[in-house]
Write a protein that binds this ligand. Structure first.
Ligand code: FAD
Ligand code: SF4
Length: 397
């Protein structure tokens, strides 16, 4: 993987200047480095190339005749897992942080790109190259905001590091894969998480203020498989707000344009993906994409309880009904939203079918967003697998 010829460099973007992807920029951090030279090919929002990068990374792209491939990307296996002893303060049970710690411990890598928060603000992302377990653990828990994880890439090359683990979300990993050969590494491992509906720091504040009854004390939140958002507060209290009660009319503009036009929810280009949405409530969802992913998962095998993934219910009607409701910004009264949440939780999709529900809902919404706001980009920006998914539904104009 070591690059033989010196790669091209360009001047990183100046603070507050317009990024090449303009409003669609997800602040992945690439343009904060001299790798901005490659932005036209590398940026996920300027050049959609998921199938090509899947072939580069996994040896093949998705098989569009295989439903699991279409939804979850190239993979060798999937499972549900949780740590026997969860890490206190992790987003779920801390599988991601544990793998990263093990990789440093066993000297498989010299550094880990991950994201801590600033001293002043628990949700303000601060990307780092962690070289100790303590630094990895300090990055546990989601910073639910756009995060310039790749902004530290230049430091990797300058430090002379040759073996690296990168933890990141889909748009960061797409750009990373596109410049991977320029990094001068001998070994690159990529541990990804799914990602959807991300926001700027200001957008996050609006979301918390609109949705939680105590926005200042939220320490973490998640859109859960029981169709509720769970906000965890400083005192340990869990506040649950049904998805169907979200003030969609006020929140329509809160999600970043990049996330409204993203079709890489499942992080197609990571070696290993750790999320939750295809697993039963309380469990994490693991997708092993290739042999490097297998190697990473094996490191923590003894520390996990596991079970096979399952699937039940039929999402189609719920997705179809949700499309015009979201489009019109319908907000249900709280009693009706709670009731609907309870009913759907009892009879609605679970396991992989819940994951498909979430993917379908987001891809249809995002397809409409791109079609209306960036009609010239629609054809090339939406990957074939996403067109196949969206094609199952009737969309408004
Ligand atoms: P931990 O051990 O707590 O580690 C979390 C890791 O995430 C840390 O290493 C940190 O570096 C990294 N991280 C934190 N914030 C960011 C960020 N903004 N960008 C890049 N990396 C970051 N899973 C789903 O199944 N469905 C979803 O819809 C979904 N949405 C997500 C949205 C965001 C913005 C993020 C960051 C993650 C999302 N996930 C989603 C993944 C899920 O919430 C957990 O992060 C994952 O299951 C790992 O949990 P853990 O306890 O093992 O992680
Ligand atoms: Fe640059 Fe990343 Fe923004 Fe694209 S998304 S313009 S690569 S910082």
């Amino acid at each position: 993987m070591t690059s033989t010829a010196p790669h091209k460099k360009a001047k990183a973007l100046k603070p507050n200047s317009q990024p090449p992807a303009k409003a669609l920029c997800s602040e992945c951090g690439l343009c904060d480095t001299y790798y901005i030279h490659y932005v036209k090919e590398a940026c996920a929002f300027l050049n959609q190339q998921i199938p090509q990068l899947e072939t580069q990374t996994h040896g093949r792209s998705r098989n569009l005749d295989n439903d699991d491939d279409v939804y979850f990307g190239v993979h060798q296996k999937m499972m549900a897992a949780k740590k026997k002893q969860p890490i206190e303060g992790a987003q779920w049970t801390g599988i991601v942080s544990t793998i990263a710690c093990e990789m440093l411990d066993r000297n498989l890598v010299e550094g880990v790109i991950c994201v801590q928060n600033t001293k002043e603000d628990r949700f303000q992302p601060m990307p780092v190259i962690a070289t100790t377990k303590e630094e990895v653990l300090a990055a546990r828990v989601n910073k639910p905001t756009l995060s310039p994880n790749l902004s530290v890439l230049e430091q990797v090359e300058k430090s002379g590091m040759k073996r690296l683990l990168v933890i990141g979300v889909g748009c960061q990993i797409q750009a990373l894969r596109a410049v991977e050969k320029q990094l001068g590494l001998e070994k690159l491992y990529v541990l990804g998480t799914p990602c959807v509906d991300n926001v700027t720091r200001a957008g996050l504040q609006k979301f918390l203020e609109t949705t939680s009854n105590s926005p200042d004390t939220v320490v973490h939140y998640e859109f859960m498989q029981d169709f509720r958002i769970h906000f965890k507060h400083e005192d340990g209290r869990i506040e649950k707000v049904p998805f169907f009660g979200l003030k969609t009319n006020q929140l329509k503009d809160v999600f970043a344009p990049s996330c409204m036009s993203c079709f890489d929810y499942v992080n197609s280009l990571a070696d290993l993906v750790v999320g939750y949405m295809g697993a039963p409530f309380g469990w994490q969802w693991i997708v092993v994409r290739n042999s490097l992913g297998e190697e990473m998962l094996d490191l923590v095998g003894d520390l996990l309880d596991t079970q096979p993934v399952n699937s039940s219910g039929d999402r189609h009607q719920a997705v179809q009904q949700g499309i015009p409701a979201y489009d019109k910004g319908v907000t249900l009264p709280m009693w009706a939203a709670k009731l609907m949440g309870v009913v759907i939780d009892k009879i609605g999709p679970t396991g992989l079918e819940y994951a498909r529900f979430s993917i379908d809902s987001h891809f249809t919404r995002n397809y409409l967003y791109v079609k209306r706001n960036y009609p010239n980009k629609l054809e090339n920006h939406v990957p074939s697998f996403a067109k196949k998914i969206v094609g199952q539904y009737k969309l408004p104009d």
